[in-house]
Structures are given as C-alpha cells and as structure tokens.
Design a protein around this ligand. Structure first.
Ligand SMILES: [Fe+2]
Ligand SMILES: [Fe+2]
Length: 290
C-alpha cells in the first residue's frame, strides 16, 4: 500500500486526484480558529484563553461545544447542566474543545449536501468516542489524540465525495464495508485512507493523527504510532459491527479481533465501550443539526 516511506509513483489519473486534493487544501479558507489550533497542536502555544477567544467569535461552534458538555457522558460525570462557553470549558477541558473545534471546522469546509455531512459526522463521532475510550484502556496510549484521529479517520471519504459527481455521492455513502474501498479505487484511483492522509498532511497535521487515518482499515503488525493506530482500527470495526447505519464502513474481522486481543481489549472493555456509544446515541444523531 502506498504510504509514508513507500510512496508509489502514481498513475497520471492518481496523480491528478492528488493534485485536486492539494488544491482543496490551498483553496480552503480555514477559519482563524483552525489555523491557530493546527499550528498549536502538540505545542503549548495555545492557551485556554486564546482558544476561548477564537471560539467566541464563532457562534455556531460555541453552541456545539456547549452541547457536547451537556451530552450524556459528561452530564453523568458532572451532573450539572452547562449554559455557557465558560462552563463548557471547565467541564470539557482544553484538549476536548480543541478536538471538537478542529473536527467541526474541517467538516464544514466541504460543499456536500447537509445529510451527507451529518451522516459522515455521526459515524466519525462514534468512532472517535470508541477510539478515545479504548485508548484509555491501553497503557501509554493517548485518549485525546485517539479521539481526534477517530474523528478524522474517514475524512478521506468526505474529500473524495466532494471531488466526485454530485449525483453519485449517495453511491459512496451507502456502500458498506470493504466494498467502499473497491468502489473508490475504481472511480478515484485511490481509497479514502490515502485521500484522508494526503489531505491532513496538506493541512500540516502531525503523523500521530495522519498515520492512524492511513492505516485504519489496514491492520498490520508494524506501524509507527501503534498505540493510536490500534484503538482507531478497533473502534472502526466495533462501530461497524454495532451499527445498522448504512453509511458505516469497516468490518469486525478476525484481524481486528486479533488486534483487540493483542492490546488486551477484552469482552468487558468492549461491552463498556458499547454502553458508552449507546448512551451517546441520541446526542450523536442530533449534534450536527444544532
Ligand atoms: Fe474508513
Ligand atoms: Fe469509518
């Protein structure tokens, strides 16, 4: 598989797609929020006050962050109803707010039908929640980075749908499991893991995010950042196993089960993860509407 360190010389058609993805990056007028957040990722440069300041200027983003703080998961933990951005910041903390702000801002730049973005967001948020939860049970993994990698894991599907014929979008949204990868390669000469990797590299996200995106259907023994790749891979499989949503991709395959076993993700942990997804289901389904 093409990837970092073994990039194939692509066919002209494949190179063309890659150039079109680079053009999306170049033409995207990322709001200041995202520019500041991206440049501060992994550094201490962004203070909570600076983050609050940029979010305050984006009403829709601010209200979504307040709704995350009121989702069942945080509500059960804290037992308080959050009414303001100030309170949301206290409940969620800087990293969660940064991740949500980045995820929403990236999804918003793609000119796709609302229903497509809504469904892709719901699937991505489920994988993010599961990935963050599983990472919290894997020693030395990172819950927040695994959440963000999960939130962006299928951004390549959004990228490719935005490049395709508008009338064919639903054809890519409602193809389940591995068939989607075959369909993408037929039409775009690459699959969504590569498209997502190229796009996120283009906006300068670090390898600990871009590599799990590239590897999330590709359960291999040797990869960099295995402690982030693993929870994202397992989460993609688990969400696909649980969901009857037709837009979900992935498989609960023998290799995903073996990966879970390798990282000591047993049935008890999987059951807790499923309970978390269940608890957040209503919030996830309505979140993009607010
Ligand atoms: Fe995927
Ligand atoms: Fe997925």
């Amino acid at each position: 598989m093409p990837g970092p360190g073994n990039e194939e010389i692509g066919s002209p058609a494949r190179e063309q797609i890659r150039k079109r993805i680079a053009a999306i990056v170049e033409l995207s007028a990322f709001p200041l929020t995202v520019q500041k957040i991206i440049s501060a990722l992994g550094k201490e440069a962004l203070t909570i006050q600076a983050l609050e300041e940029v979010i305050r200027h984006d009403q829709s983003l601010a209200s979504k962050i307040v709704s995350v703080a009121n989702s069942a998961f945080y509500h059960v933990q804290r037992g308080v109803h959050v009414n303001s951005l100030d309170q949301a910041i206290l409940v969620l903390g800087m990293n969660t707010i940064r991740n949500i702000a980045m995820g929403i801002s990236i999804f918003r730049i793609f000119p796709l039908p609302y229903m497509v973005l809504k469904q892709m967001w719901a699937h991505s948020y489920r994988v993010a929640l599961a990935s963050g939860f599983l990472a919290s049970r894997i020693p030395q993994s990172d819950r927040e980075i695994s959440f963000l990698a999960g939130l962006l894991h299928d951004i390549g599907r959004v990228v490719l749908m935005s490049l395709g014929d508008k009338s064919a979008v639903s054809g890519f949204l409602y193809v389940r499991g591995m068939d989607i990868i075959r369909r993408e390669q037929e039409v775009f000469y690459c699959h969504h893991m590569e498209a997502g990797y190229w796009f996120l590299k283009g906006i300068s996200l670090p390898d600990e995010i871009t590599l799990p995106v590239l590897r999330h259907h590709d359960v291999i023994e040797k990869t960099e950042h295995p402690l982030i790749v693993a929870p994202v891979c397992i989460a993609e499989g688990l969400v696909s196993k649980l969901s009857d949503d037709e837009s979900t991709d992935g498989e609960w395959s023998d290799s995903v089960v073996a990966l879970a076993t390798k990282f000591s993700i047993d049935q008890t942990v999987l059951t807790e993860c499923m309970q978390l997804l269940d608890m957040e289901d209503e919030f996830i389904n309505t979140f993009f509407e607010s």
